[in-house]
Design a protein around this ligand. Sequence first.
Ligand code: FAD
Length: 336
Amino acid sequence: MKSAARIAVIGAGLAGLSCARTLQAAGHDVIVFEKSRAAAGRMSTKRGESNTGEAWQCDTGAQYFTARDDAFQAEVQRWQDAGVATEWHPEIAVFGDAPAQSPHARPAMRYVGSPRMTAPARYLAETLTLQTQTTIQALRRDGSTWALRSAEHDWLSPRFDAVVVATPAPQAVPLLQPVQAALADLAASVRMRGSWALMLRYAAPLQLGFEAAFVNRGPLRWIAQNSHKSGRSGQHCWLLHASAAWSDAHIEDSADTVAEALLAAFAELGGSTPDAWSAHRWRYADSAQPLQIGAVWQAADGLGLCGDWLNGGKVEGAWCSGQILAGQMLASLSPG
Ligand code: FAD
């Protein structure tokens, strides 16, 4: 293989970005393809303007992250030094019976992106070649190289020595099925669950005596005062996440129906009616039972997989999965 490999990474979530950064640092020629308008994936923040022209922002996906792995702790420290992450110390309430494996059973430092949850991903993407609004729909093996077809641009002109699929498991299946059925089966074995998110905006701060809560009854699972996180400006916002079970049962419901149910549950916890709300439906929020295999690298085909679903779920698992895959690839690719 020539010295610098040309590598396509599909998906600009934390897993794909983590992998791409390390491959690029080793001298390889990496392009990251992302279907949405920017990097970050499920570390997502919605922004908008109220009727009166006041800006608002709210983290709709990952709410915070923990760092137990040494390498990820060092990475989070780099993010803190760069001003794109910070510690978060909310007062957290618990409603309903806590499950046996409650997060409170193993307290850890909580971190958030700063000034919003997308910030670490945007920081990682800064030095990468990122092609957004490019939805990869097909992979084709042409001799010893890969060709990629996107919904927006048809077959892309560069050919790649290696491809990394860094999408949620269900979105990896159709890409892998025609080229590596066994890997498609692996991705199909991981069931991902939905999550409805409701963003509430208030003209005046809503104080409930806590900044976040795990809710173990009714439709809700998590509520948080988004404005309590460092750097959040604009209108006062609370975020409600429905539980996975409730979300899956109501995934096709209208936003109005969902909002009615979640606002009623929020009212039972002391929440008042917001001045405005927006809903977001996550079809693939988390894996019911994520794999613990880190990543997959098939050196003979130049095909790799990374993502939270391969490494225990969560932000930390995603970043570590990208690192694991990059390490495996660098061991078999010539140095750039
Ligand atoms: P993603 O972030 O999903 O990145 C995959 C990327 O691939 C996306 O940007 C997607 O647009 C792109 N993509 C998909 N298909 C294609 C295609 N065909 N072509 C091009 N691009 C494509 N984690 C925590 O640690 N703490 C939490 O509190 C937490 N709460 C969560 C709450 C919710 C509601 C959700 C949704 C997630 C939460 N998570 C939490 C999980 C965390 O967000 C994920 O584990 C992590 O962000 C996954 O990163 P990833 O790179 O594996 O995948």
